[in-house]
Design a binder for this molecule. Structure first.
Ligand SMILES: Cc1cc2nc3c(=O)[nH]c(=O)nc-3n(C[C@H](O)[C@H](O)[C@H](O)COP(=O)(O)OP(=O)(O)OC[C@H]3O[C@@H](n4cnc5c(N)ncnc54)[C@H](O)[C@@H]3O)c2cc1C
Ligand SMILES: NC(=O)c1ccc[n+]([C@@H]2O[C@H](COP(=O)([O-])OP(=O)(O)OC[C@H]3O[C@@H](n4cnc5c(N)ncnc54)[C@H](OP(=O)(O)O)[C@@H]3O)[C@@H](O)[C@H]2O)c1
Ligand SMILES: *[C@@H]1O[C@H](CO)[C@@H](O)[C@H](O)[C@H]1NC(C)=O
Ligand SMILES: *[C@@H]1O[C@H](CO)[C@@H](O)[C@H](O)[C@H]1NC(C)=O
Ligand SMILES: *[C@@H]1O[C@H](CO)[C@@H](O)[C@H](O)[C@H]1NC(C)=O
Ligand SMILES: *[C@@H]1O[C@H](CO)[C@@H](O)[C@H](O)[C@H]1NC(C)=O
Ligand SMILES: *[C@@H]1O[C@H](CO)[C@@H](O)[C@H](O)[C@H]1NC(C)=O
Ligand SMILES: *[C@@H]1O[C@H](CO)[C@@H](O)[C@H](O)[C@H]1NC(C)=O
Length: 541
């Protein structure tokens, strides 16, 4: 299967020589157009890049720190959570209820909380005499407990420096992964208990703004930071300050802004019974659903795995799915569905939530009395709980200037308007990235692990290396025009419009992209200096 796909890529590379297309790049040094390799044709950075901020201390951010630190950059890493690990920091503490309907994307992951205007930074505010629940809510909003559950397992993703010991089982628990990522942080002295001045935990990046020098010339980025400090069971304080950097790596993860479908009537149900309607990011253990009738919505990884987990404890589990038009996705969908136990009832998509009684009495309390209409006309009732495993949206609340919700999937900002192409529009994808890593409008903003269907631990090693080498001048980006040309070609290949599938790579395209990156970096290292990159070990020179 993979061999066939690779063969097709190879064939297309030979057949189409007009574009130097990364995803089909299989013959690194023979078929490229030499003009495009000339340094005079490459992108020139406007200021020297020495001081870097990394947003996020998941596997991706930690690997990025390692890459930049070993190349001699000054690096700071900011993490909103109290410890490293990112997605793999499991806690019984759950995220806040997902808002229904979805919030605007510029605040969907979190609502930036900036210091009051006209105060001198650093600035501190104390909150005292609070209910413990208010402290908990403030903490959860700040750190965002991660969207994983207790029984979650994973195949063993790995980082080149840390081979899993021999006899490691094929399937690992989330706890193994949590320890693995923390071990990596400790190896580089950037764990939360290392008190490394280059790290700042409990610190959320609220805003990234352009910085200008005394002559009004662009000179990098200014980060507005917010630290949450718990001072007692009924008190906490917030500190705000800013720090300045030459460039920023966004490694903030893909799975934090929840997606709740816009189904008529759902908002009323969620408003009346917020604790009975949740998003998969809040799911932890099946015991909480003992003897209950549960409706899970969404037939992808989370929905099917949660339905399976629940089926051992719940009285009855229903799973609402919708058909997928794309055949590749239909295949994976069927694979997920095949794992769902037979006693889980699979039902069609929901059309409508019939209104619940506004003034509940003892007899008609809860959502069990409410009727849910499916698209085939069937009415369901009697649910105790509903879990929406309906995925996540891309959002960068700290970069609101590069969000534009009014652009449709086939629309871009007119060329020559002087306004930047955005990163985020409807939340289904990220636009305007070169090699999925460099924001073409501002190549001093890099991104790590934003694709779907990739082995993100492994992938981050090469993406981080590419960004670190490009910013050091040891590898060159093509001209802005060439980056756009390649990008538009990628959009055309994805069907002529942006959308959810635009972010999906899958193992064959991921492997091709990694091979391309390694070939490019090593070829440029010969010209411009610096170490060579290898697929298997950290250093080959
Ligand atoms: C349910 C589930 C199961 C998964 N299973 C697998 C699997 O089996 N195998 C696999 O390889 N991958 C799996 N993944 C994908 C997972 O995202 C990756 O394994 C990995 O965590 C990606 O690392 P990352 O560093 O890119 O992002 P993350 O691990 O998400 O880390 C991002 C970090 O950025 C921090 N952050 C975000 N915003 C800010 C801000 N404004 N300021 C400061 N810090 C911020 C977050 O707190 C977080 O710590 C799964 C994901 C989910 C949701
Ligand atoms: N063990 C593991 O490895 C593991 C476990 C869980 C998650 N993950 C990772 O986590 C990521 C997120 O997975 P996810 O499952 O949470 O999100 P997801 O893959 O985005 O899936 C969301 C699902 O909800 C469906 N959906 C949306 N609205 C719906 C509606 N109104 N009715 C019915 N279905 C609806 C979507 O259908 P459409 O496709 O039609 O939009 C989609 O199938 C994935 O990349 C996955 O790799 C991994
Ligand atoms: C912090 O980063 C600087 C480079 O900016 C480095 O010299 C120093 O060793 C780092 N500190 C630790 C504790 O890793
Ligand atoms: C679940 O239901 C069974 C059978 O009705 C009952 O015996 C059991 O006590 C219930 N368990 C809980 C935790 O309510
Ligand atoms: C459903 O099937 C699974 C697996 O076969 C089993 O573990 C579980 O107890 C069953 N649940 C119910 C409610 O019958
Ligand atoms: C609609 O879906 C439900 C649940 O799967 C099923 O029981 C019912 O037969 C379907 N109705 C029609 C008309 O297809
Ligand atoms: C957002 O896109 C619309 C086009 O749909 C455009 O008119 C508007 O100017 C854009 N906003 C910004 C801030 O670029
Ligand atoms: C873009 O899509 C909209 C529907 O979403 C359609 O009406 C419009 O014609 C499309 N525009 C182009 C240029 O394809």
């Amino acid at each position: 299967m993979h061999l066939t796909v690779l063969f097709i890529f190879l064939f297309l590379t030979v057949a189409n020589t007009t574009f130097q297309h990364p995803f089909r790049y299989q013959v690194p040094f023979t078929s490229t157009n030499d003009d495009q390799q000339k340094p005079s044709n490459s992108y020139q950075f406007k200021w020297p890049i020495r001081k870097i901020a990394i947003i996020g201390a998941g596997a991706g951010g930690l690997v990025t720190y390692r890459e930049f630190a070993r190349m001699g950059y000054e690096v700071r890493i900011f993490e909103r959570d109290s410890v490293p690990g990112g997605n793999w920091h499991y806690t019984d503490e759950v995220p806040l209820n997902a808002p229904v309907p979805n919030l605007d994307l510029s605040e969907a992951d979190f609502q930036p909380h900036l210091p009051p205007e006209n105060v001198v930074l650093p600035y501190e505010e104390s909150f005292v005499g609070l209910e413990p629940s208010a402290v908990s809510e403030a903490r959860r909003a700040h750190r965002a407990p991660k969207p994983i559950w207790h029984s979650l397992t994973s195949t063993a993703p790995k980082l080149r420096e840390l081979p899993w010991p021999e006899h490691t089982p094929l399937t690992l628990t989330q706890n193994h992964l949590q320890r693995y990522v923390r071990t990596f942080a400790s190896l580089h002295q950037i764990n939360s208990n290392d008190n490394n001045p280059n790290t700042s935990y409990n610190t959320r990046v609220e805003r990234v703004d352009k910085r200008y020098d005394a002559n009004g010339k662009e000179a990098g980025w200014s980060l507005t930071l917010r630290k949450f400090i718990e001072t007692g069971p009924s008190s906490y304080k917030i500190q705000w300050w800013t720090e300045e950097f030459d460039a920023i790596v966004v490694a903030s993860g893909r799975f934090s802004a929840p997606n709740l479908p816009r189904i008529p009537g759902l908002a009323q149900w969620a408003q009346l019974y917020p604790h009975l309607i949740s998003h998969s990011r809040q799911y932890r253990r099946p015991e909480e659903f003992t003897n209950q009738t549960v409706l899970v919505v969404g037939g992808s990884v989370s929905g099917t795995e949660i339905a399976e987990d629940l089926s051992g404890k719940a009285k009855k589990v229903f799973l609402s799915i919708r058909p997928h038009e794309d055949s590749v996705f239909r295949e994976t969908r069927n694979m997920y569905l095949s794992r769902v136990p037979k006693n889980v009832s699979i039902v069609p998509e929901i059309k409508f939530f019939h209104p619940l009684p506004i003034r509940p009495t003892d007899e008609n309390f809860g959502i069990g009395v409410g009727e849910i209409e499916l698209i085939n006309g069937t009415l369901l009732r009697g649910f105790d709980r509903i879990i929406f495993a309906t995925g996540f949206r891309y959002a960068f609340p700290f970069l609101p200037q590069y969000h534009n919700a009014s652009l449709r999937s086939n629309e871009t900002i007119p060329a020559g308007s002087g306004r930047p192409q955005p990163l985020i529009t409807d939340g289904t994808h990220i636009r305007s990235l070169h090699l999925d890593s460099f924001y073409i409008e501002e190549p001093t903003i890099g991104f790590i692990n934003m694709n779907l269907g990739i082995e993100s631990f492994m992938y981050s090693e090469f993406a981080a290396s590419a960004i670190a080498k490009v910013w050091a001048g040891e590898a060159k980006l093509p001209s802005t025009q060439e980056m756009w040309d390649q990008h538009w070609q990628r959009v055309i290949d994805a069907g002529g419009a942006y959308g959810g599938q635009f972010m999906y790579l899958g193992s064959a395209k991921e492997a091709a992209l990694v091979r391309y990156i390694i070939g490019w970096l090593n070829e440029d290292a010969v010209k411009y200096g610096g170490h060579q990159v290898s697929h298997t070990s950290l250093d080959i020179s």
